[in-house]
Design a protein around this ligand. Sequence first.
Ligand code: SF4
Length: 69
Amino acid sequence: MTERIRIDAGRCTGHGRCYTVAPDLLTDDEEGFVEQRGTEFDVPAGMAAQAADAADACPEMAISLVRPV
Ligand code: SF4
């Protein structure tokens, strides 16, 4: 099953750590927030490590990983 990543728009305060440690997965918008805030999407193949690093790096705990059962 494909792992999914979820970014809570309400928690994201734009620290920028997530897209710094996961540049191939996440990007910044013009205000410094993660562009993908408020979305949930499949983690592409080979990106699981970056997804985990992004979740670990976020001080607001805005990023969660969802593993379908
Ligand atoms: S590290 Fe967390 S608070 Fe900072 S931009 Fe990423 S999701 Fe938002």
